[in-house]
Design a protein around this ligand. Sequence first.
Ligand SMILES: C[S@@+](CC[C@H](N)C(=O)[O-])C[C@H]1O[C@@H](n2cnc3c(N)ncnc32)[C@H](O)[C@@H]1O
Length: 273
Amino acid sequence: MALDMESFLKNFHKKNPGCTSVTWLHGKAADGRTSYECVSETLLKNTGPAAVLDLACGDGILLEILHNQNIPGLMLSGIDMSEGELEAAKKRLSGLPISIFEGRAQALPFENEKFDFIFCHLALMLMNEADTVLAEIYRTLKPQGYFSAIIGGGFMRSPIMETFTNILHQVMREEGAPRLTGVGDTRIRSAELVKPFFETLFAEVEVKELELSFRAKPVDLRDFFMLTYEVDMLSESGKEILEERVLHVLGAMTDSDGTIGFPFGLRQITCRK
Ligand SMILES: C[S@@+](CC[C@H](N)C(=O)[O-])C[C@H]1O[C@@H](n2cnc3c(N)ncnc32)[C@H](O)[C@@H]1O
């Protein structure tokens, strides 16, 4: 039976609220920025007041970063479909003038032309009905408004990621665990198809590769890997076996300072209504 992706994601994020920010705040682009700073770069160049939506805001980290920029006249909103993440967002953003909504990207509960900027960090590639999502982003953006997304999808081969994926798939085979399939729309993850897909509605579509560098202790890296979606297809004992094997292999890849460095490839899409 096909997995209901939205239920899977809601369940995963209920168990692991804040799982994205704990990892991705550690990834740095060549100029030292995090991917949260990269996704919002169009706003940081802006001078006037602006209404901003963080689509699939998770635990609210990007909204907090934007609030801390002290940009005059900024009106910040976030939306996510995960109750667990929204609870974490409300805690993080408590007392700040930021509106948080529960809802799906496929049916945004906002009037037409409400936002000057819509950002989406590491979530667009998870969404099904991508045509509807794109139409909703377009509908709720003001004319000339910007949309920017950071997407992931295993765009870069690196020895550490390959090693982890091989061990994970080996444990999944041993357990007979099903692979995680049907996540999002293939056009969003495709280097060739993503630009024409956005160009069906948007102008000034720019797609660029974004390489982040991570450096972490093996135990932290293991925790990062254990928070990836496909690991959740394993039983608890499968997860324990995976943890052990991953830590063992990472130990052998550690540099003399006790840490491991590795690159991770993402993609950034920026466009204008
Ligand atoms: C990997 S997390 C990213 C969270 C946050 N943007 C960050 O980077 O810290 C993916 C988020 O997308 C949300 N999400 C996935 N599909 C969604 C949809 N169709 N509508 C609203 N939220 C969605 C999930 O609930 C989850 O919070």
